[in-house]
Design a protein around this ligand. Structure first.
Ligand SMILES: Nc1ncnc2c1ncn2[C@@H]1O[C@H](COP(=O)(O)OP(=O)(O)O)[C@@H](O)[C@H]1O
Ligand SMILES: [Mg+2]
Length: 242
């Protein structure tokens, strides 16, 4: 995408550009003709390799923001750049490619019920043309990574909530994304299972991946390097020590 232009001295190097840059982003939904503003001007830069938690009460617009960062929706106003790419300027092919750089984990794991854990993880990688890349091998490695080596051929209904969420994490990783975007990944889990999911995220972050995690649970958010709060449609600083 940006690979064709040689870097000059005034531009930051590609790997120094933030993972995500959000500039004065506003988002409204429309109920018929009535505009319902949700986000009122969000500014945020997330550096590469950062582990950021975004908190806020139910209905405050956290998932709305996650869908914007994940390139699944467009802001009403403002600009979003992901890995240096202005999202609203991309062609459909470029957008699809960029979405592949983001591993999305949802609140309730939306696994395909008729497929095994292994098939669910492999699914987004089928047809991937990356040279030397073997989706079957990678799916197996990832299920081992999340501690499900012994459950590869179980169907979602044969797994616990925590195990299903691990499958969803493995699936989000199968295309080797540099950004993991998780929308309340532990909301349906007990505290202990939630802590286990956090240790997986911490390991992924140690490997250099950027983690953006939405949560309303302070204990879960405390695992992050930085905490921001969505409040009245704006993003305000959260201090880890207050
Ligand atoms: N597609 C939509 N159309 C209309 N309103 C929506 C839509 N999605 C979310 N909303 C509304 O936007 C507000 C924020 O929703 P959401 O981003 O899901 O909040 P959160 O994830 O913080 O609970 C809520 O009032 C919700 O009802
Ligand atoms: Mg939500």
């Amino acid at each position: 995408m940006n690979n064709h232009s040689p870097h000059n001295h005034t531009e930051p190097r590609q790997d120094e550009t933030p993972a995500v840059e959000i500039r004065d982003v506003r988002k409204s939904y429309y109920i018929g003709k009535m505009e319902v503003p949700i986000l009122h001007g969000i500014d945020l830069a997330i550096r590469r390799g950062e582990f950021l938690a975004i908190m806020g009460p139910s209905g405050s617009g956290k998932s709305t923001l996650a869908n914007l960062i994940g390139c699944r929706d467009q802001p009403t106003e403002g600009e979003i750049r992901v890995l240096g790419n202005a999202v609203n300027k991309l062609s459909n092919d470029e957008l699809a490619h960029l979405r592949g750089e983001i591993g999305f984990v949802f609140q309730t794991s939306d696994l395909v019920s008729g497929m095994s854990a292994f098939q669910n993880v492999e699914l987004p990688a089928i047809g991937c043309q990356k040279h030397g890349y073997n989706p079957r091998k990678r799916a197996k490695e990832l299920l081992e990574l999340v501690g499900l080596a012994g459950r590869m051929h179980h169907k979602p209904t044969q797994l616990s909530g925590g195990q299903r969420q691990r499958v969803a994490i493995a699936r989000a990783l199968v295309n080797d994304p540099s950004i993991i975007l998780a929308d309340e990944p532990t909301a349906s889990l007990d505290a202990r299972t939630g802590a286990e999911i956090m240790s997986i995220f911490k390991n992924l972050n140690r490997d250099g991946r950027t983690i953006i995690m939405i949560t309303h649970d302070p204990a879960i958010a405390s695992h992050a390097d930085r905490i921001m709060h969505v409040k009245d449609g704006l993003l305000v600083n959260g201090n880890m020590n207050t």
